[in-house]
Design a protein around this ligand. Structure first.
Ligand code: NAI
Ligand code: MG
Length: 492
């Protein structure tokens, strides 16, 4: 009986995977064969004279090439930002500044489809996510902070909020446009000017944002966008005329940055890695919780700093929850990121795929049990099957280290105290999820879990009005909301 039931399920899932393709058209995406550096309101050839390619990780095809900024290029961008700060931006009435930020938001909405397609082509994420999450949320951040620009006296009553000067902003490849918006919008609203560097595998939407900035007629130099890899980022961190570094990326680089700026007077916010616990109690609505777990770990291929990568499920419902997760793995469609049916797109780069595959081997060698759905993955491009590990020990590396891929570890617990201890037993502290019917349990856990963001009976909810950031090795400083203004001002 049970067997027959499984077979019907399997049949249904197979047909789900065989949906007719529904690819989004690439025709809206205008990508130049080559991009220079956006400095002082214009695209300028790099002094380095060097360029590097950015590819589509789903096909391994080259999309474009972008400039590789060296220290002299960084210096040129910082000078442009300083000049714009001194001569125009810091003197401009706040309500005028706000108009420019609103304009960026509106143009981004108008060009949303183009941005979504380019984000998906350059980074590999499913078009459904770039279309419904990345681009609209990025536009919302500009709208939200535009609103704050002339209301800072309400944000900081009885204090005067002064800008810091030039902000150097370094962002990762998992949410390229959204991270640019998180960084640029509050900096501009508070009167700072910006030099921003996107990650080397996903520079294109930031360069498209440069086109919006031109179209919005921002005074030249207020936002400068330069491309390059780690060396370019390091040149920004070490530049003496940058007042603030805002970084999102790996904990390792975060530590390097912190050492480099010690004693310089530069301010910093560091948004680093995570290893979030997603906790299911036996009184939780289990189907809803399983959806939350699937979304928590497989959203954006698991390339999410706040991904729910460690599942803790109460022992009495563990068997049922694991079966439901395995069933759900069968329905996930891994494939062409431009296809609107796709749930899991391409891994962002070959390097990242190698990291993930290494962790899969480590997990097996540590004695955990690996399980993957029966669906196939494309042979070309960088893809990884959604994977779960059971029989995991708290000390296993797969349960301790950030994998940054579609890989979930599953452990069980019996009591509240036990799960709090296990959840907190990590060097990270960015986010967590709690699934239970009892409000009192939610409050108990949210006060005891050491994580910056805790979701209850939901996961991965983001809003520009809500602050985001971590504890411990997940970094410090908050982005979003009123809290997100603070790192960009000096209060007098
Ligand atoms: P990464 O931290 O090296 O890259 C992030 C950004 O920092 C990029 O723009 C990069 O060019 C820049 N960068 C690199 N070295 C730098 C330096 N010395 N000084 C200044 N800027 C520098 O991250 P990577 O190597 O791409 O990914 C490796 C691992 O990091 C991932 O497997 C994942 O675990 C973690 N990661 C976490 C992110 C998060 O949001 N928490 C985002 C990206 C990566
Ligand atoms: Mg790329």
């Amino acid at each position: 009986m049970a067997k027959a039931k499984n077979n019907t399920l399997k049949l249904k899932f197979d047909s789900a995977r065989n949906y007719a393709p529904a690819p989004e058209s690439k025709s809206v995406a205008k990508i130049n064969p080559r991009y220079d550096l956006f400095i002082n309101g214009k695209f300028e050839k790099p002094l380095s004279k060097k360029y590097f390619a950015t590819i589509n990780p789903a096909t391994e095809e080259k999309l474009s090439e972008v400039a590789d900024a060296n220290a002299a290029d960084v210096d040129k961008a910082v000078k442009a930002a300083r000049n714009a700060y001194d001569k125009t931006w810091k003197k401009m009435p706040a309500k005028e500044r706000a108009k420019y930020i609103f304009r960026i938001a509106r143009i981004m909405q108008e060009r949303a489809r183009e941005f979504a397609v380019i984000e998906t082509l350059d980074g590999g994420k499913p078009i459904r996510e770039s279309r419904d999450f990345d681009v609209p949320t990025a536009a919302n951040h500009f709208f939200y902070y535009a609103g704050w620009a002339d209301k800072l006296e309400y944000a900081f009553p009885n204090r005067k909020a002064q800008p810091l000067g030039v902000a150097g902003q370094i962002i990762p490849w998992n949410f390229p446009l959204l991270m640019a918006a998180w960084k640029i919008a509050p900096a501009l609203a508070t009167g700072n000017t910006v030099v921003l560097k996107p990650a080397e595998t996903t520079p294109l939407t930031a360069l498209k944002l440069a086109e919006i900035i031109q179209e919005a007629d921002l005074p030249p130099g207020v936002v400068n966008i330069i491309t390059g890899a780690g060396a370019t980022g390091a040149a920004m961190v070490n530049h003496p005329d940058i007042n603030k570094i805002a970084f999102t990326g790996s904990t390792n680089v975060g530590k390097i940055i912190q050492k480099a700026i010690a004693g310089t007077g530069k301010r910093a916010t560091l948004e680093l890695g995570g290893k979030a616990a997603n906790i299911i109690f036996d009184d939780a609505p289990l189907d809803q919780a399983v959806e939350g777990v699937i979304n928590g770990i497989f959203f954006n291929q698991g390339h999410v700093c706040c991904a729910g990568s460690r599942l803790y499920v109460q022992e009495s419902v563990a068997k049922e929850v694991i079966r439901k997760i395995k069933d759900r793995l069968e329905t996930l469609i891994v494939g062409d990121p431009l296809d609107k049916n796709t749930d899991i797109g391409a891994i962002n780069s070959k390097e990242q795929l190698n990291i993930i595959n290494r962790y899969l081997k480590i997990g097996v060698a540590e004695g955990a049990e690996m399980y993957q759905g029966s669906g196939s993955i494309p042979s070309k491009g960088f893809f990884c099957k959604p994977t779960i590990f059971t029989n995991v020990a708290q000390s296993n590396r797969i349960a301790q280290e950030e994998i940054f891929g579609p890989v979930l570890t599953i452990q069980t617990f019996r009591t509240d105290d036990e799960v709090i201890e296990k959840a907190n037993n990590t060097p990270y502290g960015l986010s967590a999820g709690v699934w239970t019917d009892k409000g009192s349990k939610i409050f108990n856990l949210t006060t005891k879990l050491r994580a910056g963001v805790i979701w209850a009976n939901t996961y991965n909810q983001f809003d520009p009005t809500s602050p985001f950031g971590g504890y411990k090795e997940s970094g410090y400083g908050r982005e979003g909301g009123l809290h997100g203004l603070y790192p960009y001002v000096r209060l007098v």
